[in-house]
Design a protein around this ligand. Structure first.
Ligand SMILES: Cc1cc2nc3c(=O)[nH]c(=O)nc-3n(C[C@H](O)[C@H](O)[C@H](O)COP(=O)(O)OP(=O)(O)OC[C@H]3O[C@@H](n4cnc5c(N)ncnc54)[C@H](O)[C@@H]3O)c2cc1C
Ligand SMILES: *[C@@H]1O[C@H](CO)[C@@H](O)[C@H](O)[C@H]1NC(C)=O
Ligand SMILES: *[C@@H]1O[C@H](CO)[C@@H](O)[C@H](O)[C@H]1NC(C)=O
Ligand SMILES: *[C@@H]1O[C@H](CO)[C@@H](O)[C@H](O)[C@H]1NC(C)=O
Ligand SMILES: *[C@@H]1O[C@H](CO)[C@@H](O)[C@H](O)[C@H]1NC(C)=O
Ligand SMILES: *[C@@H]1O[C@H](CO)[C@@H](O)[C@H](O)[C@H]1NC(C)=O
Ligand SMILES: *[C@@H]1O[C@H](CO)[C@@H](O)[C@H](O)[C@H]1NC(C)=O
Ligand SMILES: *[C@@H]1O[C@H](CO)[C@@H](O)[C@H](O)[C@H]1NC(C)=O
Length: 580
């Protein structure tokens, strides 16, 4: 046992580039700890003695009614199709969701840090498995999920859970892992009455963990209802979205996704299916609402509050700027006006762009129960002040009135690039006290090389009022007004050294600039942020981390569900394969 375990640890060392001696020492230390406690320090991977043999996989396949599949990177999947994939397919989230191994940001499929690196780039002549799982259970039933969870725990496998593959931190893929894919859990049902214990909480919608946000809007319209959901076609509300907090253009009106979640059906590490709500497993209920995606168990479905649908005006205003100094002044002006729309609980996405051909500032606003004329009047002070600045012109101004479900519905999401994010939650106090700082920070971000700064006005209003809810949502959400993001992308031709530099850029350069607005400890939204955040425990979970760690130990004592920058991940290497 001792020598075989050492062999296993050694194989990991050979296989993976451990970038520091410290990590190597940790692995050896972990190995001797494990001999003492007889707990495995590493997950079993192909070649390790404890890895399941063909007969064991075949038995699992029989248990899940033949729904065990081998998984390949999306580029290999495309290479295997006659004629390959078209550009339209490659960049379509709907198309990619038919490929078990696909991530929407394709960089997460690559094993840049493996030794040797293992890549599978589009149209390449060679292809490695990279960070893509080996097998997937394409779950259709609770029993499928339970079988996969029990198999993983019996054989000490690395497990990942995926619904849409949208994850910006790559948390739904891992090398040498077994994937539990919940994409096929497509049930959606509305009800006018729903009981938590003896309390009837009224109108709800229950979503299987594979249901996409645009399906919710489509079905919402048909049923005369609306529920809080993302500004996307294919995000899974009952997957990663709700576990991270889940923001929406309707959050200022109805709160965050997590605030609207009433009950979860979830398979935990023991293999048990739990009904989780405020009275049944309240500690797990706390964790599943904001405690981070993928750390708690496999969600089968979530029941959310539903509301009668209503009409809204959605609008898009695009202001062209002479240069990025002017675009930054528009950001400062926007910051001064950001409370203008509070009376109607508006949600808004705004972005500033600077590239070789254009500088611009755009706002896409959703105003519930507001006519186009009322909406125009509420935006006019900002638009007029903008047009009074030298070097600003109006490119586009459009207002659409109708059912909120139609306003939020999108047919597909454009994905398929190599993209990472950095972000911070920006306090309302900053906008109140020093809107000029916002403009200065935008200018510094542009000077640092940013080409797009995205803003989400998805806090305040009901999100702030919901501060009384006891959940794992980072308290920074309750005092925030916006969530600001910066993205970095690269082409497949980038070298590993260039990619490494890009991946470190937020930490070393851009997030420190954002912190000039917020000060330290502002917090960030764990679903749209940088995997490499150095103090992820406080940045993503604030004061809730210790409580979340205790809940993790109770429901997942063997750390079966480990994701990057998630609760308990500090005990594991970056692949979740060996304890450190
Ligand atoms: C185009 C686009 C638009 C977006 N818009 C918004 C938005 O408007 N608002 C917002 O808040 N966020 C938005 N996001 C971010 C989104 O919330 C996250 O990407 C989120 O993680 C997606 O969850 P998913 O389950 O769809 O993705 P996946 O990649 O499938 O999973 C993400 C995480 O959730 C876990 N997970 C997935 N399914 C399950 C399950 N059944 N049980 C347990 N864990 C599971 C995974 O393990 C992983 O950790 C957007 C992302 C993209 C790419
Ligand atoms: C699982 O069984 C199905 C149906 O018998 C088969 O098509 C599939 O190839 C099997 N999966 C694996 C990984 O062998
Ligand atoms: C890959 O091949 C497809 C189909 O032939 C083509 O449309 C696409 O532009 C190519 N992409 C890259 C990155 O080479
Ligand atoms: C500049 O940004 C605009 C808006 O995002 C985009 O449409 C355009 O393609 C970009 N141009 C270049 C040269 O990158
Ligand atoms: C919209 O107006 C209707 C009718 O006055 C009201 O019942 C509903 O609560 C309003 N919805 C929102 C989101 O303001
Ligand atoms: C904005 O400008 C328009 C056109 O000049 C004018 O009609 C309108 O009264 C102005 N609105 C505000 C709120 O300043
Ligand atoms: C940017 O445009 C403004 C308005 O036209 C102009 O006053 C300013 O000099 C320009 N700045 C730079 C750096 O070009
Ligand atoms: C919503 O807008 C539609 C389309 O403009 C209109 O037919 C309908 O009467 C409106 N509904 C309400 C409740 O105002």
């Amino acid at each position: 046992m001792h020598s075989s375990m050492f062999q296993q640890a050694y194989e990991h060392q050979m296989r993976f580039l451990t970038s520091s001696l410290a990590l190597l020492l940790c692995a050896i230390f972990g190995h001797s700890q494990e001999a003492a406690s007889s707990k495995a320090a590493c997950r079993n991977i192909p070649g390790s003695p404890g890895y399941p043999d063909a007969a064991a996989w075949s038995a699992l396949n029989a248990t899940v009614s033949g729904r065990l599949v081998t998984v390949v990177p999306s580029a290999k999947f495309c290479a295997n199709l006659p004629g390959g994939c078209t550009d339209a397919q490659w960049t379509s989230a709907l198309f990619r969701s038919t490929i078990p191994g696909a991530m929407d940001q394709v960089n997460w499929e690559q094993g840049y840090d493996l030794n040797p690196p293992s890549l599978c780039l589009r149209n390449a002549t060679t292809c490695g498995q990279g960070d893509v799982p080996i097998y997937s259970v394409e779950a259709e039933t609770v029993a499928d999920i339970q079988a996969a969870v029990k198999f993983s725990s019996t054989h000490n496998l690395r497990v990942v859970i995926k619904s849409s593959g949208h994850d910006y931190l790559g948390r739904s893929t891992a090398p040498d892992s077994l994937l539990i894919h919940t994409h096929n859990l497509q049930d959606i049902s509305f009800a006018d009455s729903f009981f938590i214990g003896s309390e009837d909480v009224g109108s709800v919608v229950t979503l299987g963990s594979g249901v996409y946000s645009h399906t919710l809007y489509e079905q919402g319209k048909a049923n005369g209802k609306i529920a809080v959901g993302g500004a996307a076609a294919t995000v899974s509300n009952a997957g990663g979205w709700v576990q991270g907090a889940g923001h929406s253009a309707l959050s200022p009106t109805f709160g965050l996704g997590a605030d609207n979640a009433l009950e979860f059906q979830v398979v935990v590490a023991s293999g048990q299916l739990l009904q989780v709500n405020r009275i049944s497993h309240p500690d797990l209920f706390y964790a599943l609402r904001g405690g981070g995606a993928g750390s708690w168990g496999v969600i089968v479905s979530v029941t959310f509050r539903a509301y009668p649908t209503f009409n809204a005006t959605s609008s898009l205003i695009v202001l062209l700027a002479q240069n990025d100094t002017v675009a930054s002044s528009l950001a400062a002006l926007h910051a001064e006006h950001i409370f203008d729309w509070d009376s109607v609980h508006a949600g808004q996405y705004f972005w500033a762009v600077k590239n070789a051909s254009v500088s611009a500032f755009a706002v896409n606003t959703y105003m519930p129960n507001t006519t186009a004329a009322q909406s125009m009047a509420l935006l006019a002070p900002f638009v007029n002040a903008s047009l009074a600045l030298p070097g600003v012109s109006l490119l586009l101004q459009q207002f659409t009135y109708g059912d909120i479900n139609d306003a939020l519905y999108q047919p597909d999401d454009g994905v398929g690039s190599n993209t990472v994010l950095g972000s911070r939650l920006i306090p309302a106090a900053t906008y109140r006290d020093s809107p000029a700082t916002v403009g200065e920070v935008y200018k510094k971000l542009f000077d640092s090389g940013a080409t797009q700064i995205l803003g989400h006005l998805v806090a305040g209003g009901k999100v702030a009022e919901n501060a009384k809810i006891s959940s794992a949502v980072h308290p920074a959400w309750r005092t925030a007004k916006t969530h600001l993001l910066i993205a970095q992308s690269w082409e497949d031709s980038a070298s590993l050294a260039e990619i490494r530099k890009i991946r470190q850029f937020f930490q070393k350069v851009q997030v420190p600039i954002l912190e000039e607005i917020t000060g330290p400890d502002a917090g960030a939204y764990s679903n749209e942020a940088d995997l490499l955040e150095p103090a992820f425990q406080t940045t993503f979970f604030g004061p809730n981390y210790a409580k979340l760690s205790a809940i993790k130990r109770k429901y997942d004592p063997e750390d079966l569900f480990i994701v990057g920058a998630g609760v308990g991940s500090e005990r594991w290497d970056q692949w979740g394969l060996c304890k450190i």
